[in-house]
Design a protein around this ligand. Structure first.
Ligand code: B1M
Length: 234
């Protein structure tokens, strides 16, 4: 780090310089600077969701690109992920604070073999913010874990996340097992994760593929509404 960067006072930067600086700080895994940046933007009246998308998620996209291109390696990406999580931790209660009536319940987890959880955590936060109760099963979930949670929690929605092309087929294992046990149609199944797409979601028999956390919220609301309407008619 140069002397110039050492002297940087984040609170003195205008928004249009602070946000790119936060992208750099995320890239460098500077947890405290990210926390400070998030707090400054909050003090300046930024909406939590805007901070999440423009400062944190956008910064993580740059990290992801350089990870793919072999410029960054696992330890550096872990530091970036830690910094991102620290920023998200500040925003979480604010996103959940909307006071919306409970919309429904979702059980969510990352599939077996996969330890990526940032996207899943983001989806959980946004769903809570939209008034859903969320039970987070964490990472690396075998089918048994999902089934036990469905039985125990009786949610409306099952959410699954996968970030690896090698782990995304496991979502089908879970859905097929649900079918075998005759419980598939008791739940709305939503899936997401960077390597997935609409076609994959349909092919494995999910109800919906969610491109991002905002889409997950919209889709969850839509499916819950549809269920209510069907029950009202039926
Ligand atoms: Co990993 N990793 N990683 N990694 N990692 C990727 C996924 C990769 C694309 C990087 C790359 O090469 N460009 C690549 C996968 C390639 C592939 O499968 N073809 C990869 C690899 C290869 C690996 C390892 C195998 C590396 C190694 O060890 N050699 C290893 C695997 C470990 C394992 O899981 N078994 C590994 C490890 C790691 C770290 C531990 C270092 C770290 C994870 C830390 C953590 O999560 N706690 C990490 C990270 C951070 C990434 C990248 C850089 C960023 C992922 C992320 O957090 N994105 C990622 C590159 C990339 O995706 N561009 C990469 C930000 C997040 C907000 O977005 O997760 O897409 P995302 O979530 C979005 C949507 O997808 C959607 O909404 C979210 C919010 O908008 N969504 C859902 C996600 N889940 C949803 C569930 C829903 C709905 C929507 O349910 C309803």
């Amino acid at each position: 780090m140069s002397d110039e960067e050492d002297d940087l006072i984040l609170s003195e930067l205008p928004d249009e310089e602070l946000v790119p600086q936060m992208h750099d700080d995320l890239y460098d895994g500077l947890k405290e600077e990210i926390e400070e940046g998030v707090n400054i933007l909050l003090e300046r009246g930024w909406e939590p969701y805007r901070i999440l998308t423009e400062a944190l998620v956008a910064g993580m996209t740059i990290v992801g690109r350089d990870f793919r291109d072999g410029i960054l390696f696992v330890p550096e990406v872990l530091l970036a992920a830690n910094a991102m999580k620290a920023g998200m931790a500040i925003l979480k209660p604010l996103l959940a604070e909307t006071g919306a009536p409970k919309m429904g319940k979702m059980v969510i987890g990352t599939v077996k073999g996969d330890i990526h959880d940032i996207g899943k955590n983001l989806v959980s936060m946004m769903m809570e913010g939209a008034g859903f109760e969320v039970v987070d099963l964490g990472i690396n979930n075998p089918v048994e874990e999902y089934l036990e949670a469905l039985e125990r929690e009786q949610p409306d929605i099952l959410g699954m996340s996968a970030l690896l092309t090698t782990t995304m087929p496991y979502m089908k294992v879970v859905i097929d097992t649900m079918k075998e046990q005759g419980i598939r149609d008791d739940y709305i199944v939503l899936v997401g994760g960077a390597p997935l797409n609409e076609e994959f979601g349909q092919a494995i028999g999910a109800d919906g593929y969610c491109r991002d956390a905002a889409v997950a919220v919209d889709m969850a609301k839509e499916f819950i509404q549809r269920r209510h309407n069907q029950r009202a008619v039926g």
